[in-house]
Design a protein around this ligand. Sequence first.
Ligand code: PEP
Ligand code: MN
Length: 354
Amino acid sequence: MLVVMKAQATPEQIQAVCDHIEQLGFRAHPLPGAQRTAIGITGNQGAVDRGNLEELSGVAEVIRVSKAYKLASRDVKEEDTIIHFPSTGTCPDSTIGGRNLAVIAGPCSIESRDQAFAVAEQVAAAGAQFFRGGAYKPRTSPYAFQGLGLEALRIMAEIRQRYGLRIVTEALDNDSLTLVAEWADVIQIGARNMQNFSLLKRAGHLRKPVLLKRGLSATLEEFLMAAEYIMSEGNYQVILCERGVRTFADHTRNTLDLSIVPAVQRLSHLPILVDPSHGTGRRDSVLPMARAAIASGADGIMVEVHNQPDKALSDGPQSIYPDQFVRLMDEIQQIAPVVGRHLSRGIHIAAAAG
Ligand code: PEP
Ligand code: MN
């Protein structure tokens, strides 16, 4: 159910409606919009008795939301969600969603301070706003490099300070979630954890943006339901990320499903990024698919960059060289205006140089 408030409803009236909903034993989710606030109701098994709600002051109407996902749905919030990262003195103002494209770049894993700094310097100079690097790695083999853990989080905190890049890194389980939430700007939940419902709920208790990657075989509905798990706990700052799915195709590691971009945008207000690195698994496919991602209307990309990919401890074959990343940025900057977007790079170049 959704309570749509009148455009002129006061904050006190909104609060009174939320209190009423909570007194009924349900959860109220106030979602401010450009014109008016809507209040999503969750926790009800059947329909909520709309009678009383419609009579509360400031209420315009009460609507039944028929979709399985509610808070993630455009039925509940019509306008696109823009995640704001206010300037901090170290990092400039930035957004994910809206007109400006977001670019997250960095190595698959943080391997050492030298490696991480070498990559960060170059991606900052090329104009990325976010730095990615795995501290806790979900590896197929238990014998493969598992990540540097807290040491990697500390290295990335130094990188934020030095280059003004915001940090995106993956939380693998409850323990790492606590640490990642403390150190990072965006908490990544990886493809393998997309339906780890207890982890999703815990991420929902936090008040930090969560980048949720699509599961290896997840349908669009399953993907949006995973986002709903986070939002149902009160964290509405969810960023979706397409990273390829398993198919019979064997010319790439995964099949990058760009058609999910307009499909998500039709059904949900959440921003969606594309990861052409895991989506293809091949260095030579990353640039073309990054261009295609922006052309498809994605809100940005996440891409793996390494200064010495042949020596990388994870995902070397899909990591692009820093000079290829510069080209990628030049190319998507040109494509951006065709799809009504903008790639802002200037501030970061200055920050990296300074
Ligand atoms: C990653 O971003 O390094 C990663 C492990 O991604 P995914 O969860 O999409 O495989
Ligand atoms: Mn990787």
